[in-house]
Design a binder for this molecule. Structure first.
Ligand code: DAH
Length: 339
């Protein structure tokens, strides 16, 4: 019997398990109800005294050895398990937090501001709720001008002399009233028009107004400034074309087109196969406007221009529905990143 016990001791030393289940199977094999150890102890009862003396201590040692071995095997799998649960690599960089992006209108407004401030223009702002004088009268709008019509202007109930400004040209008036020439400024801001909402027009949008007043300012200055702007905004090969037009506050007035950068003037849907797309209105400030704002029109002259930021953004990014700008759909907005 002693031999058997010693043999088992060696066997136990070599015991290995490759999984927690195997370790459990070994426990049952050696320490279970019908296991090897139990059987040995039963045999032990039967042997005579002399043998008992010899085998007693080794048999108990064997039992302890088996117990320790199996516990150790089980523990190693428990450790491995908890390691597996903690496989997170703590040195890994944190997950990226979703962050917002700049609105395309803000991106383009900033670009416009950047271009003009580099040319020496300052930035001026004015109120969105404007009185009739700043929005229309000072800008030489005759009393019967259709822009004053209920259809275009949001008037304020019970206060007919106030309306939401229909253009940022009203800021021009304020700048002229409060400064002495020379002055060179742009006025970005939101404007409002009582128009039906569609893919092409909205009841509010954004404009940038520009103004330069000094001695001897000529149409050539306007033209060169507009060319520089267009080339910085749409690419250095961009050409401009000025078409005679009419605005109450400028004389002469023009509408400015840029050469179509989408089709390279070969003709496309955007330029309606003309090779040119309109982007702004401009002209020499009407002497009446200068006078209305307290500037000596004999001494000073100036130019002004006004553009819609939505229009420029739609062209730049080829967006075909103005409503997308105001729907706050992140699938649309997240596509824009400022350069
Ligand atoms: N105020 C005009 C509009 O809203 C845009 C404009 C045209 C502004 C010509 C100007 C200008 O300063 O010279 O349509």
């Amino acid at each position: 019997m002693l031999e058997k016990v010693n043999q088992l001791k060696e066997e136990i030393e070599q015991l290995k398990a490759t999984s927690a289940e195997q370790a459990e199977a070994l426990r049952i094999k050696y320490l279970g109800q019908k296991g090897i150890v139990k059987t040995l102890f039963q045999e032990f009862k039967e042997v005579d005294k002399e043998v008992k003396k010899q085998v007693g201590a080794p048999l108990n040692q064997l039992k302890n050895q088996i117990q320790e071995k199996i516990n150790a095997l089980k523990l190693s799998f428990e450790n491995q398990l908890s390691k597996a649960e903690n496989t997170e690599d703590l040195t890994k960089p944190a997950l990226e937090l979703p962050s917002g992006s700049q609105h395309p209108i803000s991106i383009v407004r900033n670009q416009i501001q950047q271009i003009f401030t580099c040319m020496g223009f300052s930035i001026s702002e004015g109120p969105e709720l404007e009185d009739d004088w700043h929005n229309f009268t000072a800008l030489n709008f005759p009393p019967e001008h259709p822009a004053r019509d209920m259809q275009d202007t949001f008037f304020i109930k019970d206060k007919p002399e106030y309306s939401l400004r229909t253009h940022t040209s009203s800021v021009q008036v304020r700048v002229m009233q409060n400064n002495t020439p020379p002055m060179r400024t742009i006025s970005p801001g939101r404007v409002f028009r009582n128009e039906a909402i569609s893919a092409r027009s909205h009841c509010f949008f954004h404009q940038v107004e520009g103004l330069y007043i000094d001695k001897h300012v000529s149409f050539a200055d306007l033209k060169k400034t507009m060319l520089d702007f267009a080339q910085q905004m749409f690419g250095k090969d961009t050409q401009i074309r000025l078409r005679p037009s009419y605005f109450p506050f400028t004389e002469p007035s023009a509408e400015m087109d840029i050469s179509c950068f989408i089709c390279d003037q070969k003709g496309c849907n955007i330029c309606k196969h003309s090779g040119w797309v309109e982007i702004l209105g401009c002209g020499m400030i009407d002497p009446n406007v200068l006078k209305n704002c307290g500037i000596d029109s004999e001494k000073y002259s100036g130019y002004a221009f006004g553009m819609g930021i939505e229009r420029i953004t739609m062209l730049k990014y080829q967006i075909n529905d103005i409503r997308l700008f105001y729907e706050n759909d992140t699938r649309f907005l997240s596509q824009f990143t400022s350069a």
